[in-house]
Design a protein around this ligand. Sequence first.
Ligand code: PCD
Length: 804
Amino acid sequence: MTEAAQTREERATALKGLGTARKRVEDVRFTQGKGNYVDDIKLDGMLFGDFVRSPYAHAKVLSINTEAATALPGVVAVLTAADLEPLGLHWMPTLAGDKQMVLADGKVLFQGQEVAFVIAEDRYIAADAVELVEVEYEEQPVIVDPFKALEPDAPVLREDIRDQLEGAHGPRKHNNHIFTWEQGDKAATEAVLAGADVVAEEMVYYHRTHPCPLETCGCVASMDKVNGKLTLYGTFQAPHAVRTVASLISGIAEHNIRVISPDIGGGFGNKVGVYPGYICSVVASIVTGKPVKWVEDRIENLTSTAFARDYWMKGKIAATKDGKITGLWCHTTADHGAFDACADPTKFPAGFMNICTGSYDIPTAYLSVDGVYTNKAPGGVAYRCSFRVTEAAYFIERMIEVLAIKLGMDAAELRRINFIRADQFPYQSALGWEYDSGNYHAAWEKAMKAVDYEGLRAEQAKRLEDFKAGKTRKLMGIGLTHFTEIVGAGPVKNCDILGLGMFDSCEIRIHPTGSAIARLGTISQGQGHATTFAQILASEIGIPADDITVEEGDTDTAPYGLGTYGSRSTPVAGAATAMAGRKIRAKAQMIAAYLLEVHDDDVEFDVDRFVVKGAPERFKTMKEIAFASYNQAIPGVEPGLEAVSYYDPPNMTYPFGAYVCVVDVDVDTGVTDIRQFYALDDCGTRINPMIIEGQVHGGLTEALAIAMGQEMAYDEIGNVKTATLMDFFWPSPFETPNYQTDWTTTPSPHHPIGAKGVGESPNVGGVPCFSNAVHDAFRPFGLTQTNMPHDHWRVWKVAHDLGL
Ligand code: PCD
């Protein structure tokens, strides 16, 4: 069909723009095994690095003997802290303003800590040489419990900062204390608690877990000594930030460093931070003059890279006797492990934990967080959550349930009467956020109707009767959650990492024949950015998504950006994409008007062209305009059609959702069967419904993992008990239930296309929903709170302890 014969709808469909379930362009290579991951990179003469790691959680390092290892044929060098010290690289700064040993400097502070780095001709020789390095340790008392860490006579973990009373986030009150962070009005909240009709109080623990991406962390460092250029390929979620940090700590000028994130096999926050492996690979490449590859194995990934959660959240929630919440109080003890390497914006040492008032109109609130050192791995990343939002959502959604129990109320009704109303947006929360938009009541009613909530409760009551009559040994639980996320860090005035403001970027070049390339400061790890960002542009500039290449992850070509995590790509880089598109469109409008010999204001954009107002037969398509821009552009106007946008969002976006989970719990075996899971998500304008559905499925499955079995467990001397996938629960299709997905659409008022993030939402809402379902099954027998993960043993134990 010729272009002229197409209807307006046909032209719009051909663009595959916003709202289209466009197939993922990335999957052509992924499904054929043609992805290009770090471990696929093979450079001439490349060497391999491998770590000697500490078997102890806390020990002095008395000596390191590398002789036998160095003597092994094929071994090129063995690096220890003593080798890095002259370069000032035996310690490195962390993202949280602390510092971390790159290689053990006199002592080790967690099991799996990096002690020496072996460089060899191949991976296997390196592994053999690791075994030959002899390290003499002297064991020290181990602390795995953050409360014990703060006891007056607790052993001092961080000798390097002993008696330093000032930390990166204010005063330290103990040698194992990192910071105190306070938000809200303490006195007012305490007054509300003191005068309330009802106060429910609970300790809510969100256990330590790990993002555990399918592909572990790794890099290839290649120092070209002739040209003075360092190329660093790696599994980086924030390639530009890595370049800047690499320049600052190595002294190599930033223009001489090129960082490339190739395809990444899942990030989930694990690949935001900087690890000793990167530093050691760079040093090794500089020392040997050859490229050096380092790729972790699974045990290394689980035991030494960024963990998630480990928050002890003590809560008090006050309400009137008919259930109107009047105040919320929370004190969190945050176990940050041996070094404070949490990846949070600088001003937020406990991330966005202050979103813990959730979806509710809570007039008065107070939050304090104490960060504590223990003998565990450092990290503290937002595992599919925007900087501790998952902890916050779990906390408030458990506290709502606890309050419902105390009030003897239905938990759905308690939520309903406390939701922020649609007419209250933009809503100012008691802990300092301005929620951009929402319609919680509408989402909730839709969810309740979809699952036939009343019907479920009736069925549950009948089941309970049968249970009590001895006719069944299975209880039924109904889990509810209404969550509010905060994603899209963030306004530069509030959010920075190491002083780098958290804006993001997009640069577009339209080629003469009307196709285009867009480059962004973000980096996909499986999310499908090459598919969705092209869709945003297609709708903005009228060029089919199929004709737009989206490129990310090469700092030599992409505009500076802060990377992909915290569901920030759509809210920030997605906005930059739309804004850059609008710049293109503005210039295209001038060119079209010039070519059509009318005033700029007399043409209007229509899907894929500019038409003369009132004369639709007179138009110039974007294809024609693109060509003209390289040829007969307006006299005095520079040729070409390019634009760049660096977008500093005015606010974050606040996606939300209403989830319901139905579980059958076998009290004799502790086996849980997720019968139904309904997830309604509102992420504002939806770019690609199919990708959103995939994101929700993935996030819910990670939520299932966390709530029902996944944990980083330590014994009392700091041994990691879950260091392999035999012990660390990773759900397969066998354990994964069916998900019913649904949506409402409440656009963000400040985002150019009204979109909010969605990638993390299902994890943030999913964890409390699964957990609430298990708790709900036992509610009639007096259970108010039990710790996740709800694996079979723990569930059986709850039933057993309740005398069932
Ligand atoms: N979207 C649409 N629409 C809307 C929104 C969104 O469509 N409205 C889509 C987009 O475009 C993309 C996705 O979806 O594609 C997502 O998005 P977002 O939300 O914005 O996000 P981003 O930024 O992109 O990403 C991030 C996220 C996160 S954060 C995480 S964890 C995870 C998620 O993402 N990760 C991952 N998802 C995923 N997927 C995959 N496949 N892989 C991975 O790795 Mo963090 O903080 O890092 O923890």
